[in-house]
Ligand binder design. Structure first.
Ligand SMILES: Cc1ncc(C[n+]2csc(CCOP(=O)(O)OP(=O)(O)O)c2C)c(N)n1
Ligand SMILES: [Mg+2]
Length: 385
């Protein structure tokens, strides 16, 4: 009924527009305004384009419209409920959109900041009522031991780099739980597309200390034969793509990898790691949109440590961190405490199950303040010793 009325109105409105060729284009204006719309710099549209746009928008009514067509519309018998409210809606791709009479702009934020999921409190005690995925004692001990191993490996290689024995190194100091706990929640069939601060994921999968050293020193046992910069690890055997130097390029790749897993009906997902700095690249947005539309089983795992080298997140974005951006693309997400291994483990475990079972991307934002980027920047500036 409403659709027929809209179609009739749209058809009737086209002729008057034809007669306005060369005049000012009719612009929507704010509700209740009697002033003419401001001229916003762009020249009048060609008549054909005006008609096209008008035709597309013809289901809308703007109270500020003062054209003859708008006046004529007022005489048209409208359904009782009018445009604002009632059961009328615009049938738009993705679902029906209902109308409102108020000119409500969406607020720039939800007001309250998105909460951060944690299981353990600051003293390492389980918070009562917290929901988490149990880990066996064996897995818990392995997690702890590998976090310590990663920390020691980092210290040795970092010192080697400072001594000039290797040309480059980045530590994961303060992000050991993020590395190890997320790796523990995955299956070896899951494909990892890393940034550069996730060697713990490779360590968890069985990359040996010797293999790490081979790559950093670029010796004849290095799988890349010394062609890469240090810390650009990769392993076919362990389903770990080679670290990508250009920030965020691994994100769209991860969507493609995840989609191929889905097409092959594999019980596996892809996971891609990146920092807050990675979200400032266009590839982040392209990948999220791509994954949402393709329903790819990929986990976007953002390590938000507050800094992209010396650029703080306050100079990168104004949104409530990273997780909120998933909603704009239709992606489910969670914010997790990066110092809580059990929370990271539980969140990735659940994300993996949802990604595979429901064929959907999931965004995990792990927040962590103990980051080595900032620490090393301060060290290099001699602010701390
Ligand atoms: C496309 C591109 N731009 C700039 C750089 C230089 N760069 C290397 S690391 C880095 C910061 C990345 O920050 P983030 O993603 O937050 O990771 P973090 O180091 O904090 O773990 C930048 C800008 C790069 N590697 N690639
Ligand atoms: Mg960062």
């Amino acid at each position: 009924m409403a659709a027929m009325w809209l179609a009739r109105r749209a058809a009737r409105r086209l002729p008057p527009l034809l007669s306005r060729q060369g005049g000012e284009p009719t612009r929507p204006w704010f509700l209740g305004s009697t002033a003419p719309p401001p001229v916003l710099g762009s020249p009048p549209l060609p008549a054909v384009e005006r008609i096209f746009r008008r035709g597309f928008c013809s289901v809308r009514r703007f109270a500020g419209e003062s054209s003859a067509a708008a006046a004529a519309d007022a005489d048209e018998e409208e359904p009782e409920n009018g445009f604002a409210g009632g059961d009328q809606a615009i049938d738009f791709p993705g679902g029906k959109v209902s109308f409102m009479a108020e000119m409500n702009f969406l607020p720039e934020s939800h007001g309250e900041r998105i909460k951060c999921y944690r299981v353990l409190d600051d003293d390492g005690k389980t918070i009562s009522g917290s929901r988490f995925q149990e880990v066996s004692k064996e897995v818990a001990v392995k997690m702890y031991s590998e976090m310590v191993t990663l920390h020691i490996m980092d210290n040795i290689f970092y010192e080697a780099q400072r001594q000039g024995r290797i040309s480059f190194y980045l530590t994961s100091n303060g992000e050991e739980a993020i590395n190890i706990a997320s790796a523990a929640a995955l299956s070896i069939d899951d494909i990892v597309l890393p940034q550069y601060r996730e060697p713990g994921v490779l360590m968890w999968r069985g990359f040996t200390l010797q293999e790490f050293a081979n790559q950093c020193f670029g010796n004849n046992m290095d799988y890349g034969k010394g062609r890469q910069m240090p810390i650009h690890y990769g392993s076919n055997r362990l389903n770990y793509f080679t670290v990508s130097s250009p920030i965020a390029t691994q994100l769209p790749h991860a969507v493609g990898a995840a989609y191929s897993l889905k097409m092959d009906k594999k019980d596996a997902c892809a996971i891609t790691y990146f920092g807050d700095g990675g979200t400032s690249e266009g590839d982040f947005h392209a990948a999220l949109n791509f994954a949402a539309v393709m329903e790819a089983p990929v986990i976007f795992f953002c390590r938000n440590n507050g800094w992209a080298i010396s650029t703080p997140t306050t100079e990168q974005f104004r949104s409530d961190g990273v997780v909120i951006r998933g909603q704009a693309y239709g992606i489910r997400g969670i914010r997790v405490d990066g110092n809580d291994a059990l929370a990271v483990y539980s969140a990735v475990h659940a994300a993996r199950e949802m990604a595979i079972a429901e064929g959907r991307p999931i965004l995990v934002e792990v927040q962590n303040k103990n980051n080595s980027t900032k620490l090393h920047y301060l060290k290099q500036q001699n602010f701390i010793v």
